[in-house]
Each structure stands twice: as C-alpha cells, then as structure tokens.
Design a protein around this ligand. Sequence first.
Ligand code: WQD
Length: 326
Amino acid sequence: MTWLITGGAGYIGAHVVRAFTEADEQAVVYDDLSTGIAERVPDGVPLVVGSILDGERVRRALTDHHVTGVVHLAAKKQVGESMEQPLRYYRDNVEGLRVLLEAVTAAGVPSFVFSSSAAVYGMPDVDLVTEETPCVPLSPYGETKLAGEWLVRATGRATGLSTASLRYFNVAGAGAPELADTGVSNLVPMVFEQLTAGAPPRIFGDDYPTPDGTCVRDYIHVLDVADAHVAAARALRSAPGTALTLNIGRGEGVSVREMIDRVNAVTGHERPPAVTDRRPGDPARVVASADRAAAELGWKAKYDVQDMITSAWAGWLHRHPEAGRD
Ligand code: WQD
C-alpha cells in the first residue's frame, strides 16, 4: 500500500512519515510548506508541494502515486489564532478536508486516518476522558476538528471509506533533534524559551481545583503518536468498513508545576517559576482514558514525560545552542 501523508513536512507529520517507512509502509508526503519544512521529508519519500484546497492537485497526487490510503494531518492548529481568524481555520481545516475527501472518494481510495484533537472535548468535567465524553469545543480550532470528524464519518457511512479519527492529547518530544517542534505555542517550548531568555517559566494560574492548583494534562510523546497512526492504518486495511474514534494519550495526568520542575531538572537551569493570571479558556484537567485505542489497535504509549522533555530539549539546543548552560 502507498499512504499519502498530508502535512508530512510538519512536526507530527514528519514523525508519522518515519514511523510508516520504518514499518515498511510506502509513504508520499503532500504539504503546502506553509509551516512544514521540506528537509524534514526523508530521502526516498516523494514530496508533492500543494494545498489540500486544490482538488485537482490532490487528485493527481493520488493517481500518480497509486495511493491506497490517506493520513491527513495538514491543518492549522493554534487555538489562540483560531479565535482571531475563525474563517481561515474553517477554510483550511473543514473546507480543505471536504475537498480532500472528494478527491479520495473519487479516486476510490479505501482508507482514511484523520488527525483530531482533545480540543474537541473543551472543558470536560470527568477524571478520565473517554470517547463517549460529550464534545463541547471551546475554540474555532476545536470546532473545526469536531466538524472534521463528522465529515470523515459521514463520508465513511455514505461511501464505505474506512476511517479513524485520532484525538491527540498534549503532544511533546522529538524523535531526533532536527524533527523537533519549531513552534513556541505549547508548554514545553514556552518554558524553554523563557529559560533561554534568562526569565522564569510562567505558570498560568495556580488556583485550579487540582492537587497543586495548576492545570493537569496528558502529555504524549510524538513517537507514540506516530506509532498510533501506523496501527490505525493497519487496522483499517484489515477491516474494511471500519469507523474508529480514538483517544491518543497515556492516561496519566501531569501538572504544569510538575512539568516545569522536570524541565528545570533536565535543562540544568533550575529557575523557579513565576505564577501569573489564568489563561482564559484553560480547562483544569484533561486526561485521556486510552483503553479504547489499546483494545482496538493493540497500541499503547511507550515513552514517559522524561523522554519527552529530554528529546524536546535536544531539539531546542539544536536550534538554540546558546540555551545550554556552560
Ligand atoms: C498546557 C498547560 C497552560 C504555557 C492545546 C490545545 C490542544 C493541543 C495542544 C493541538 C495549560 C499551561 C502553558 C506556559 C503554562 N493542540 N501553560 N505556562 O492548552 O492543554 O492544549 O495544545 O491539537 O488542542 O488546546 O496546551 O501546551 O498550551 O498548555 O502554565 O508558559 O500549560 O495554561 O494549562 P493545551 P498548552
């Protein structure tokens, strides 16, 4: 089989591409390089530069490369930006997906793996979030991911396309320094940035109803996320007509304060955090139940928070050598 991986030049996508090739699955990358980096695509993997909004170009890529499955990660992914530019998010994440699905079904491609997010749950009021927990997204970003799941599922019902929507929790870490996330919009890189500037890491509020008062999240290594895609792709291939919706997390909550303590220890900076106001819209606790992914895919996370921070820091030092302690 040949898998077209949209967004395969992005942070998570590049790890997915490697996981596929290491599992002896053929991969082709489709990416508009708006945030993706061509150098992240490994030698021997074709790169088609194009937008998912360009149906003709997608159709040509599907036929030229004899594609038999699509893994769709190409999307905009910043919650704050989506509040300011909702139309852009709906265009890229919903209209882009619709155009892609039109091409996929026209070409008779049988399998589709969709990159969704824990952002679909919004502010869940449960200890562990299952796939049955109500979806009440709080941002246009989360809305576009939920609408995307609906589009994917409805297309599957109507056409027989086998589908899997993977709801990632908080992705961190890197498989190699040069594959690290270049964005600075999530906790771990934001702490690195503060430490590099000689400033204290910030805790956005310590008055939440959690054990240490700071928000609790389910952090998952990008290598584990990538492996989940391979497992999902293979599950779809062996069971046509499947429609899966799966949490991709570790099922373990870690607080912001614990994360910052661990980052301080790994980096050697040892700078005490400063507590600032809450960031609007942050839920106190979002931790996955990862049982369904284990049952359906036989997939389970292998890496821990230490692995995530160590590998992310190696990636940060690769791009910011000045951040190291003498
Ligand atoms: C984690 C916690 C912050 C920076 C978002 C999306 C989610 C997914 C991942 C894409 C929060 C706190 C952060 C800092 C802090 N994205 N924080 N100081 O908000 O859980 O999830 O990104 O799919 O869908 O919603 O991730 O990394 O921004 O924040 O205290 O300097 O760290 O308040 O509690 P979040 P995050």
